[in-house]
Structure formats: structure tokens, C-alpha cells
Design a protein around this ligand. Structure first.
Ligand SMILES: Nc1ncnc2c1ncn2[C@@H]1O[C@H](COP(=O)(O)OP(=O)(O)OP(=O)(O)O)[C@@H](O)[C@H]1O
Length: 264
């Protein structure tokens, strides 16, 4: 479903500013996997997401989605296969456009944008029923500008938009980190439900260890551009926050010294 083979990414090569963001990353995700990613600041987590969604091209190595090589496929075309929700609730939406217009855009993901605003009655009904299914009352506000929604409402809409066309891969990039605890819990539950109902293959970066254990059927830890630990499904039941922290320390040789890390 998603395969990374020896993927590396270097920024500003050969300069004093050279940064090794990812080194020889290997990752094999099968359909329906929910892999959570944890790691220290600057470990390469966002770079991993950016490489999968096509923002960057790898310097070396190969990325395959559903068996297709995608290294040279543009971010726009790749968005047919890859849905993404960002930490900033504004990032995946157009705040000056209405909920309906945003959904129209999401429904044409990765395709020609000329038909963007052609929303017929059937489509409007589909948007309305999908919004109703979200269960947060947005179906009554189809003409509201997205910029006027609360952070939680925007993230719920972002989740719906990222998953509208049933992408092969869903990327969640600390998508609850900017929300207060009750809204974060709402979005976490919504995420669990949508991923389960649509049987999505999901990769989620989080700084919340408990969330990582709760949502993922598999967990990877990153440090200094490397995947240093891959806890597979059969070990999931053994996972605890304390155990994971200990394992990270043992393998990396340092503590997860990250003030954004939430233990639960
Ligand atoms: N566009 C860029 N230009 C130069 N260096 C970059 C760029 N993007 C990332 N880096 C560097 O690559 C390394 C990995 O960064 P990345 O953002 O992937 O880490 P991260 O694990 O997501 O960190 P955080 O948890 O702080 O968001 C860091 O040293 C970072 O400074």
C-alpha cells in the first residue's frame, strides 16, 4: 500500500547549513494499517510526511503507493491518493470560501480544477449528508465562510475534506496539537470513526504518547532522521507510555527531551 525504500533527504547540501532530515528510511504499510509516528524535535517527522505527500522529492530511495512509483509525481497529482490534515486548522482549507465550496474542491482532489464550482443538487445533498454524518452541526451552515468556524469545526471539516475521496493514504500531521483538550478529544474520536468506517491506511505524527498508543495498530519512533524503533501490531498490547519512553532512551542514548511531548 505504502512503501518507502532507503529514502533519504538532505537540505542545503554542501553548505554550512546542511541538514540531514531523513536517512535511509524503510517503511512498509499494508492496507488498513494505522501507524503513529513519535520522535524528538527535528527528528524528520514532517520531512517524512512531506516526502509522502510530494512536497519534496527524495534525494535517494523510492516511494511506492499501491505498487506505483510516485517519486516524480507532483504534489497536486499525488493528492488523489494522499489526503493530509495539518496542525494548523487553516492549512488544508480555503478560509474565504464557504464550507460547500471547500467540499467541492475536496471532491475534485488532484483533478482538473476548472469544474470546481459546478455543484449540482446531487452533489450538494452528498455534501450535506457527509456533514451530517460528522455530527457537529455543520450541515446547517453550508454557506458559512470556513474562516469563521472554530478551530475544532475547521479540523473536523479538514478531516472530511482529506478523506472525502477515500485516499489510499491519510496523513495526519499533529492534527489535534493546536486544539484545547476537549476539542482535541472530539477530533481524535472523529478520526478513529472515519478511519474505521472508510478503512483508511493512515500515518499520524503526534507528540501525544497516549494518543499514539490509542490510535495506532503500529508505532514508529524517529530520532535524528532515522526510524529507530518499529513496534508492530503483535506487540501493541504490551505498549505503555513509560515503556516506550524507556525504549526510546535505550536505543537513542538520550531522553525524549521535547517540551512539546505530551505523555497523556
Ligand atoms: N525546508 C527545509 N530547509 C532546511 N532544513 C529543513 C527544512 N525542513 C526541515 N529541515 C531540517 O530537517 C530536519 C528535520 O526537520 P523536520 O521538520 O522533518 O523534523 P520534525 O521531526 O518534524 O520536527 P518537529 O517535531 O520539531 O516538527 C531539521 O534539522 C530541520 O531543521
Amino acid at each position: 500500500m505504502l512503501r518507502l525504500q532507503h529514502v533519504s533527504k538532505l537540505f542545503n547540501p554542501g553548505t554550512a547549513d546542511e541538514k540531514i532530515a531523513l536517512v535511509g528510511a524503510n517503511l512498509d504499510m499494508k492496507a488498513g494499517d494505522f501507524v503513529t509516528v513519535i520522535g524528538s524535535n527535528g527528528a524528520g517527522k514532517s520531512t517524512l510526511m512531506n516526502l509522502i505527500s510530494g512536497v519534496y522529492r527524495p534525494d535517494t530511495g523510492d516511494i511506492h503507493i499501491d505498487g506505483q512509483p510516485v517519486n516524480t509525481v507532483s504534489e497536486h497529482r499525488r493528492s488523489r491518493w494522499v489526503g493530509r490534515v495539518f496542525q494548523d486548522p487553516m492549512a488544508g482549507t480555503a478560509p474565504r470560501m464557504t464550507i460547500e465550496e471547500n467540499l467541492a474542491m475536496a471532491s475534485l482532489r488532484g483533478q482538473h480544477r476548472g469544474l470546481m464550482f459546478a455543484v449540482n443538487r446531487k452533489k450538494r445533498q452528498l455534501f450535506q449528508s457527509e456533514l451530517e454524518h460528522l455530527g457537529i452541526g455543520l450541515e446547517h451552515r453550508m454557506n458559512a465562510k470556513v474562516g469563521l468556524l472554530s478551530g475544532g469545526e475547521r479540523q473536523a471539516l479538514s478531516l472530511l475534506m482529506a478523506t472525502f475521496t477515500n485516499p489510499q493514504i491519510l496523513l495526519l500531521d499533529e492534527h489535534t496539537a493546536a486544539l484545547d483538550p476537549s476539542r482535541a478529544e472530539l477530533i481524535t474520536r472523529l478520526t478513529e470513526r472515519i478511519v474505521r468506517e472508510k478503512k483508511l491506511t493512515t500515518l499520524m505524527v503526534t507528540h501525544n504518547m497516549e494518543q499514539a498508543i490509542r490510535l495506532g495498530n503500529r508505532l514508529i519512533m524517529m530520532d535524528k532522521g532515522k526510524i529507530i524503533l518499529d513496534v508492530k501490531e503483535n506487540r501493541k498490547q504490551d505498549l505503555s507510555v513509560a515503556g516506550l519512553l524507556g525504549e526510546f532512551e535505550r536505543i537513542s542514548g538520550h531522553t525524549l527531551a521535547d517540551d512539546r511531548m505530551v505523555l497523556g
